[in-house]
Design a protein around this ligand. Structure first.
Ligand SMILES: [Zn+2]
Length: 190
């Protein structure tokens, strides 16, 4: 099921996610939903808090840019080592239409549980390394905009507020348009 992705500065995105105690069917369904939501939004990574679920789960798929990588779901990911530095223009599904340079480590080694609950270790570079750091940040309530200047962040915050207002207006219009339909359907049924 495709879920709505929360738009920053939604307060849920500022909260810390919690460790997953058990990798079960319910969690596997969450992972499936997260992949579907990420693909529907044309993203390369998604963290559970972005769909309002405060659990330590991230999904990644950088294969369009890194053909030798593969889609991966990480439960309770933990960054073990960070090496080197790189600058990359990052975007985020929760900050639509925005991209800013963020400095990250170039190579990441992380430990996580896969969708079967098995412990795995991954060493990644390129976009996957950046995406792992970006998504792990989400689990701590940190956004990529927290890594840029306060001035740029405030400009983006204003644009996001406008987007949010448009979304709410559209919803109100849809709700208003839906009401007479229901009444009509009821009178026809009589
Ligand atoms: Zn993000």
């Amino acid at each position: 099921m495709v879920h709505e992705i929360l738009v920053w500065p939604n307060p849920v995105l500022k909260q810390k996610a919690h460790p997953v105690a058990k990798v079960d069917d319910e969690l596997r369904q969450l992972i499936k939903d997260m992949f579907e939501s990420m693909y529907a939004a044309d993203g390369v990574g998604l963290a559970a808090p972005q769909i309002g679920v405060l659990k330590n789960v991230i999904v990644l798929d950088t294969t369009p840019r890194q053909p030798d990588s593969h889609p991966v779901a990480m439960v309770n990911p933990e960054i073990l080592t960070l090496e080197g530095k790189c600058l990359y223009k990052e975007g985020c599904l929760s900050v639509p239409g925005e991209a800013e340079d963020v400095e990250r480590a170039a190579i990441v080694t992380a430990r996580y549980l896969d969708e079967h609950g098995d412990s795995k270790t991954i060493t990644a570079d390129g976009l996957l390394a950046i995406a792992i750091q970006h998504e792990c940040d989400h689990l701590k309530g940190v956004m990529f905009v927290d890594h840029i200047s306060a001035l740029k962040r405030e400009v983006i915050r204003k644009r996001m507020k406008k987007i949010q207002a448009t979304i709410e207006e559209d919803r109100a219009e849809e709700a208003a348009a839906a009401k007479p339909e229901k009444k009509k359907a009821r009178s026809e049924a009589r």
